[in-house]
Write a protein that binds this ligand. Structure first.
Ligand code: 0X9
Ligand code: ZN
Ligand code: ZN
Length: 423
């Protein structure tokens, strides 16, 4: 009888995926597990990739954060107990976090766009339109391309004068990382409206190319159906699983060194071939077309509070490693000096996090010669994970600005903002 109940319960969760209703995560928990070896870390990662009842939220430095269906908790406990691995509850009920995330909605639903709640894609597009209308002389629309489901992928260029060094920001390539697009839209607004002298200098002496939501299909899906969706939404030939990890799909050492999965059901599925995902191909084509004007490439992600430089596909260090670490340190120090005291760490992607191939920062660095290229993993370190409460959006944005100001200043000092340098 007990087994029968369990089957029904997990079916209910799965059936919701197909219908109009939303996937629910009632009593799903997120555990932090400190493993004693890389093998144990890999075992837990594999458990997460093999079953719908487990989902990997974070992994690095032998620490794993895993979301667990309460019905299947025993499978994980059997393992952790046999090795005496301590498990700490980070989130006791994922559904409560998701519900809480929406609680700031009703208050100002009709009022204008802001940063005290999260918005669906349509509102973000309306925000961009509004900005383009209000600041026609310094902004222009960027048409990145079209997603698998036919949505437009939009960006904005902010340029106050000719000949500025360029900074490109790719954001929300992972669908569930909502804080990234909230930060990107805030940054756009701040660059145009701030009266702070340092921010004015940052805005007016650099050209900004910002794509707030790259994975538009996945992002829409997180709003309509499954808050925890990560990948794209393109079906895979010969599989019932949908989508690829767009941050494993760039054509740079694609699928090398175990940095991605060939299983379409995995969260890190690399796609059927490099650039199989139209969103990734569109971004790559656009960046390639302006690469000579780009000095800095940033990919906004969450969570972990870490700046990740190349490489993700190999443990080798890039030739300008010291400079990369110097700008990352400047960012981290600036963030920590704010009253919130938020700590960011930094390192290469493979060293500070895990092996991952075909990611934006490696592609931009190795194939487009954009020598300051980072993945930035935003707040937090797992208390809320991907469901960062709306009340944290503004403090987080403030931190990001402080970090960017210091990062760009250091980049300039090191000679990276001259219009095309060579090593
Ligand atoms: O796994 C990823 O794609 C990123 N982490 S996330 O939790 N946001 O999914 C890290 C990517 C780091 N970059 C490289 N490995 N090159
Ligand atoms: Zn290679
Ligand atoms: Zn991500």
């Amino acid at each position: 009888m007990k087994a029968f109940v369990i089957v029904l319960a997990s079916l209910a969760t799965l059936l919701a995926v197909g219908g109009a209703s939303k996937v629910r995560y009632d009593n799903f928990k997120v555990f932090k597990i400190r493993t004693k070896s890389v093998e144990q870390q890999k075992w837990i990662e594999k458990l997460a990739s093999d079953s719908k009842n487990f989902n990997l939220w974070h992994s690095g430095n032998k620490e794993v954060h895993i979301m667990v269906n309460p019905q299947k908790l025993i499978n994980l406990q059997n393992y952790t107990r046999s090795y005496s691995l301590p498990m700490e509850v980070m989130v006791s009920n994922v559904q409560s976090l998701i519900d809480g995330e929406q609680s700031t909605r009703s208050a100002d639903d009709t009022s204008s766009f802001g940063w005290t709640r999260y918005y669906p894609l349509s509102a973000i597009e309306a925000f961009l339109d509004d900005i383009l209308t209000k600041y026609p002389s310094v902004t222009s629309a960027i048409d990145i391309g079209t997603s698998y489901e036919g949505r437009k992928i939009r960006g904005i260029k902010i340029s106050y004068k000719e000949g500025n060094p360029g900074i490109f920001i790719e954001s929300n390539i992972h669908a569930r990382e909502w804080i990234t697009s909230a930060t990107a839209t805030w940054l756009i607004n701040e660059l145009l409206t701030s009266t702070d002298e340092k921010v004015r200098n940052l805005a007016e002496n650099h050209d900004w190319y910002i794509v707030p939501v790259l994975n538009v299909d996945g992002f829409a899906y997180t709003h309509t159906t499954d808050r925890m969706w990560r990948k794209t939404r393109q079906p895979v030939d010969g599989s019932d699983c949908i989508g690829a990890d767009p941050n494993r799909n760039y054509d740079s050492h694609w699928m090398e060194n175990g940095g991605a999965s060939s299983n379409p059901c995995d969260e890190t599925y690399a796609g059927s071939q490099p650039f199989s995902e139209p969103e990734v191909k569109a971004l790559a084509d656009y960046v390639a077309s302006i690469k000579d004007r780009l000095n800095i490439m940033l990919a906004f992600h969450s969570y972990s509070q870490v700046l990740l430089s190349p490489y993700g596909w190999t443990a080798d260090l890039p030739s300008n490693f010291d400079d990369l670490m110097a700008v990352a340190k400047a960012y981290a120090d600036a963030v920590e000096s704010l009253p919130y005291g938020t700590v960011y760490t930094y390192g290469t992607s493979s060293g500070a996090m895990y092996f991952a191939s075909g990611a934006t920062n490696d592609w931009a660095y190795s194939e487009q010669d954009i020598l300051l290229s980072f993945t930035i993993e935003f707040r937090d370190t797992g208390r809320y994970g991907f469901i960062l409460p709306p009340i944290q959006i503004l403090p987080h944005c403030e931190e990001t600005m402080a970090g960017l100001l210091a990062f760009v200043e250091k980049a300039d000092e090191l000679g990276y903002l001259n219009v095309k340098y060579t090593f």
